[in-house]
Design a binder for this molecule. Sequence first.
Ligand code: MF3
Ligand code: CO
Ligand code: CO
Length: 284
Amino acid sequence: MDSYINVPVAPAAKDARRTESIKLYGPDAFEGMRRAGALTAACLDGVAGLIRHGLPLSDINTYVLDFAASHDATPATLGYKGYKYACCTSVNHVVCHGFPNEKKLRDGDIVNVDVTLIFDGWYGDSSRMYAVGKPKRAAERLIQITHETMMRGIEAVRPGARLGDIGHAIQSYALSERCSVVRDFCGHGIGQVFHDSPNILNFGRAGEGLELREGMIFTVEPMINLGRGDVKMLADDWTAVTRDKSLSAQFEHSVGVTSDGVEIFTNSTKGLHAPGVEIEKAAT
Ligand code: MF3
Ligand code: CO
Ligand code: CO
């Protein structure tokens, strides 16, 4: 089985004691990621049909649990480091890791739903923004900008490019739109484990950092705020919120480096991974 080979990464001069190794995956792994990614995308497509004023976030959790159970998949977050839910639901100024609890969605809310399904051993990790009713223009604009930062980050991925190219693409676009990048969270290697090296930072300098090679698999998942980038952790030790209470948004895809570019594993067959598609479409 060509599940992966390990590549030792030359340690940075400043950090010479730390050696890291990044896995390079072959065709079987890409096929596994395609299947897991497609399932996660289908689950997020289904979530689109639920979103409405008055929906308890726990209904989204139930949906993800049922979806996973009926598709021979397991939600990776369940029991992960003590996390108790099948997904994360982050509403308005919640940056990430919000609990899908009894709280209800309200008209004008924006919510990120982050799902990771394990299928046949492979992890498909993806998140999208959903709008409840008609959010304010600023909220819709933040959603569009955040999706665009993720896509620009993904478009920077190809063999020979560097991690800093991804971060730079994300950061420079966010700043050009007068938004800020959350620096406390990042993307990550993924495959047959949830979180692997390398970290995929959402800021950086072009041409710096680890060189990307064919066969690397990781997530791109920028968190972008309308206000300042500072976050604070709530007392539950999971929920991260913006310090200034400004709106925050996030999108996430799991991707693989191909011989000449990048493959996105978590696209929706219905085209619902990108914002701006009406809910009616989701229901069909
Ligand atoms: N899915 C998140 C990510 O993108 C991780 C959530 S971990 C949890 O990496 F425990 F908070 F669910
Ligand atoms: Co992730
Ligand atoms: Co995720």
